[in-house]
Design a protein around this ligand. Structure first.
Ligand code: PEP
Ligand code: MG
Length: 749
């Protein structure tokens, strides 16, 4: 058998078999029989993965039947394991003498010297190996190998659909076994719920074509549609230098979408009997395998583009767009490759119970949103997308960085115990909610919360925060498709102040740029956006939006006290200019007859080391300073907050950083300027304690951290903690963490 029509005939018979009323094992047996007879080989065997590392012989024609479900091999073991690991065909005329051959007496295979194994895989996911063997010592022809690959593609689709799973049989459907994923902690906490895939999997239900002519037509129509959509995207990209990157990517897409060889390969697959979607998947699988093997970054990028294009093509062919109409399960836990803050906000607060990302980073604003929502976040959970199905039971252990997918009962009960224990701890924090964060040595630290949406305000009451130390106003800009109107903003800010019920709210003016990208704002092409045109730099250079926002704030206050702070101030002049804008707006609003705030506080965020060394007059002019530790730490250590590789390299309790914080506190004390710390580190009890020891008396954090931080403060002697830190600093260590932890262990905490 070698010709196209032969392979089509085989697929035709395969389709009939699949349509028959057999199921599970019987169906698999029929298929091996069918392939062996069509290929005129004595042996055909199907090996499927039992777990990530183990392959199992699941059906065979020609080998010893007793070996079925008995013979197993590890990934990489023997020729079958080699095919599975490499994702590549092994075609040997003299198998017993081939590298890696492993003799398995129970199968009786020694009488079949020639061996050809092809991977059964579905878009990069390894499912098993299809093998043919024959008595005659010969290598299989290219055409034969190709036919086997086509059959393997169909088997992959059928495996995915659970076509070989029979009731009570040894073979279990895919995506049914418990699986565990280890990632990094983006946000602590434990959550139990059901998988909700940000981008649902495309399901192909018809891998075998009835009429190749029709399939070719479908493929070509879909490719044409794809090309039109890429052209369309390209026409919407601007022409100037700022859009070069995006334009280049789309041009590469355009080239690939028009690639004759890509189209030809898929047409060949269709001629061999596959449906249009199965042909796309076959080429996509091959590209994925190559992607994992090529070293060259440029080539990998192009294969990546091809992968993305294939996905688009599949969605066109199957009509399965982003919205499949599936219903969100109860307690949804979002599973995504990556997600931006705006997309995340689209889901809305109190919807998601947790987030699991294959990529992502702890310092990103999506992570900050997750933290503000107090839901656990795991990042870098590799391969979870190919394993998880919508609705799967899933548990996140955000303390350990572990995801349990389809967990067994033991895991479920252990995690539920943990959730109960955490709830108990929360009760303990509730007891101290209305008590001050007063240390044993008498210092009182005021604890505030960070917020970004009106919906966050109820936490003010439940957490016992004294006020909102940081209100991130950009979230309202991120969730819209155009700049919000002044009236809209004024209404929101007014309701925030209403909800705060007289407690102080420090509104930070629009802080965009870096990873906070507004879709409707023209983006400048910057080599390093974190160090680029962002935050107050945008506000001062193009003051229209900032001034509108300041007017909205004044109107929202409507006579009540107003607190405004400007982000990312790097030098005195910037603060002076920003402050002047606010004073000008006050004057203007006054003239227009609006009621002015009864009290106005204007502060600066210290997020670059330079500001700590600003002239004394700056500290005198600022009503308060808020240390934005997330950005500050990034610039202090020159380590990108979003780059997992370097982010953790420098400890917050590093002697240099703590000494720097101490210096800022001293300068503020000299001028009598209030100072607080509002970066994420303020919400970590040990870090919070060290900042207080360095002289800070005000911290702002996510609401859920207030309890644990206060609990620690109420149990320690801050003067003693300061001594421990000083001794540690004097000893020449890099970070005081070890010494502080040793001391804490001796304390009644
Ligand atoms: C910071 O940088 O610490 C900060 C509070 O601002 P953001 O995280 O929003 O950049
Ligand atoms: Mg910042």
């Amino acid at each position: 058998m070698a010709t196209e029509s032969e392979s089509r005939k085989l697929l035709g018979r395969l389709r009939e078999t699949l349509a028959e009323d057999t199921a599970g094992q019987a169906r698999l047996d029929r298929i091996t029989h069918l392939i062996a007879s069509s290929m005129q080989t004595e042996v055909c065997s199907i090996y499927l993965f039992r777990d990530d590392e183990t392959l199992e012989l699941c059906a065979t024609e020609g080998l010893n039947q007793d070996a079925v479900h008995q013979t197993r091999m590890r990934l990489g073991e023997g020729l079958v394991g080699r095919v599975a690991r490499s994702g590549q065909v092994v075609n040997e005329a003299d198998a017993p003498n081939a590298k890696g051959f492993r003799y398995m007496p129970e199968t009786g295979e020694e009488v079949f010297p020639s061996f050809c194994g092809v991977p059964i895989r579905r878009v990069g996911e390894k499912l098993g190996v299809l093998v043919v063997q024959s008595k005659e010592a010969r290598a299989f022809s290219e055409d034969e190998v190709y036919a086997l690959e086509v059959v393997a593609m169909v088997l992959a689709e059928m495996t995915e659909l659970g076509a070989f799973v029979g009731e009570g049989e040894a073979l279990r459907a895919l995506h049914t076994l418990p699986a565990m994923f280890r990632g990094s902690v983006g946000q602590e906490g434990v959550a139990e719920g059901h998988v909700w895939l940000h981008e649902p999997r495309v399901v192909v239900t018809n891998p075998i074509a009835e009429d190749p002519e029709v399939e070719r037509e479908r493929l070509n129509t879909a490719i044409d549609q794809l090309r039109v959509s890429v052209d369309d995207m390209l026409s919407r990209v601007g022409k100037d230098a700022a859009d070069t990157d995006q334009r280049e990517v789309l041009q590469a897409y355009q080239m690939l979408a028009g690639s004759r060889s890509w189209r030809r390969r898929m047409e060949e697959d269709i001629s061999a009997g596959l449906s249009a979607e199965a042909a796309v998947e076959k080429e996509q699988s091959a590209a994925r395998t190559r992607m994992s093997q090529v070293q060259d970054a440029y080539l990998r990028e192009r294969l990546h583009d091809l992968d993305d294009l294939s996905n688009r093509l599949l969605r066109i062919l199957t009509g399965q767009g982003g919205d499949t109409g599936a219903e969100m399960p109860d307690n949804p836990i979002l599973v995504a490759r990556n997600i931006g803050p705006a997309e995340l906000l689209d889901y809305g607060r109190n919807k998601l119970k947790g987030i699991i990302l294959e990529q992502g980073s702890v310092g990103s604003h999506a992570a900050i949103v997750a933290r503000a929502w107090a839901i656990p976040l795991i990042i870098h959970a590799e391969n979870i997308i190919s394993e998880a199905l919508n609705g799967d039971h899933v548990i996140i252990d955000g303390d350990q960085g572990i995801v349990h997918l389809r967990p067994d009962e033991n895991v479920v009960s252990a995690v539920r115990d943990k959730i109960a224990m955490q709830a108990k701890a929360q009760e303990r924090y509730a007891d101290i909610r209305d008590k001050p964060a007063q240390t044993k040595s008498g210092e009182v630290i005021s604890l505030h919360m960070n917020a970004g949406r009106l919906a966050d305000l109820p936490s003010l009451e439940s957490s016992g925060a004294e006020g909102v130390g940081l209100f991130r106003t950009e979230l309202q800009f991120l969730v819209r498709s155009k700049v919000p109107k002044r009236g809209e903003l004024a209404a929101i800010y007014s309701r925030v102040l209403d909800a705060a019920g007289g407690k102080r709210v420090a509104f930070r003016t629009l802080d965009i740029g870096s990873d906070k990208v507004l879709s409707y704002m023209k983006r400048e092409d910057e080599p390093n956006p974190a160090l680029g045109w962002r935050a107050i730099r945008v506000g001062l250079d193009k003051p229209g939006v900032m001034r509108m926002q300041l007017q909205a704030l004044i109107r929202a206050a409507n006579g009540r006290p107003l607190t405004v702070m400007f982000p990312f101030i790097a030098q005195f002049e910037e603060f002076k200019a920003a402050r002047q804008h606010l004073l000008d707006e006050m004057e203007r609003e006054d003239k227009l007859g609006h009621v002015l705030p009864e009290k106005l506080e204007i502060g600066a965020m210290l997020e670059t080391p330079s500001l700590a060394f600003a002239p004394r007059q700056f500290f005198e002019m600022a009503d308060f300073i808020s240390i934005g530790g997330n950005d500050l730490k990034m610039f202090f250590f020159a380590a990108d907050r979003e780059n997992e590789r370097v982010r953790r390299r420098y400890d917050t309790l590093n002697v240099s950083f703590l000494t720097f914080i101490e210096r800022v506190a001293e300068r503020c004390a000299e001028s009598g300027t209030d100072v607080s710390f509002c970066g994420e580190d303020a919400g970590r009890p040990i870090e919070a304690m060290c900042f207080a020891a360095m002289g800070l008396r005000s911290l702002s954090m996510r609401p859920a951290s207030i309890g644990p931080v206060k609990h620690l403060f109420r149990r320690i002697n801050l003067a003693e903690a300061k001594d421990v830190i000083d001794q540690s600093r004097a000893s020449g260590v890099q970070s005081v963490r070890g010494d502080v932890m040793d001391w804490l262990r001796t304390q009644p905490v």
